[in-house]
Design a protein around this ligand. Sequence first.
Ligand code: ZN
Length: 414
Amino acid sequence: MAARNLRIDPQRLWDMHMAMAEIGPGIAGGNNRQTVTAEDRAGRDLFKTWCEAAGLTVTVDRMGNMFARRSGRDDSLAPVMAGSHLDTQPTGGRFDGITGVLSALEAVHTMNDLGIQTERPIEIVNWTNEEGARFGPPMMGSAVFAGLIDEAKAYATEDSDGVTFGEALSAIDYQGEAPAVARPIHAMFEVHIEQGPFLEAEGKAIGVVTGVQAMRWYKARTLGEARHAGTTPPAARKDALTAAARLLLALDAIMQKRGMDGRVTVGMLQAYPGSPNVCPDRVEFTVDMRNPETDELNAMDREFRKAAEDLYSETGCGVEIEESWFSPPIAFDADCVAAVRRGAEANGHAWREIMSGAGHDAVNVNKVAPAAMIFIPCADGISHNEAEYASPEAVAAGADVLLAAMLEAAGTVD
Ligand SMILES: [Zn+2]
């Protein structure tokens, strides 16, 4: 069927955002509503109240994932799912994740207002622990659901105080009965702020997300010689930190030459033995490398290793590179992506295709069911920061497109 151009209620959607933001306020206008805390519980309770007021039936699985269901004409059909996550980083914003959950709820409100009955049931989802700030890894609830992590392993994960995820979940009364395992889902849609600058810079209201870029993580170390800082002349030094600095600049060049497509980040670095008057003999650092294309990511890998060899011949400092994680590029379901594109066009919103630079719950769901994402612009691309902001118009556009995609996938009864 053709995509619909029904409009959601922007004010109602915005008011839900602001009411949710009052729960677990941060210190700078954002939120600290970390997963399975008292604040998370209060946010979940509010969401549940809203869902029940909209006539939905809320169930919770053993991971605390919440599903709010609206019956379809044929309830035996696989549902169309939409949602994201309500948890935040310790210094998180009011939109990351929240917009995806509340846009789905607003879409259902609009269906209710217009008396629309869908062929398939609709389910709004709030995935547990997307952020991974308190318990790692991130996207934990959807990962267990998709069979990518064992429930027992997730339950045993400890926070920095030694509290396990399982203990914390049962303490907030959100450990449900239903197993957290995938079941038939017809399609899943997730609205999310872009968390990058492109949509805003190009004046596009909607990012039709086609997939997620390939990522590779490394643990690397440069190896020199520990020598006296004052007595060792320049020619006799093998300073592992100076060598690491050169390698970091080489990595930056590997990123820069790829224009908009490459990403290289060294987020952690430690020098040893760690004394003010000793030349470091060892420096350990992480490297996070990303590219939309696996071939290009492989080329970046080769250039990194070549730079390490060159460094050895120039400085005598060896480099050890250990790959710790690889995630191939992910392509979202072509039909779901097309439904998002038609939704943007039907609503007259300027759009572009875009690859996600970050992981999301929809990526995990995409392993077990057709899925796609809708990005909306956020101010200056800032996220994981209390200053994170998306305008009421931006939020409304995402929900309009979500509604169209959901109705197309679920089918309507006329
Ligand atoms: Zn998020």
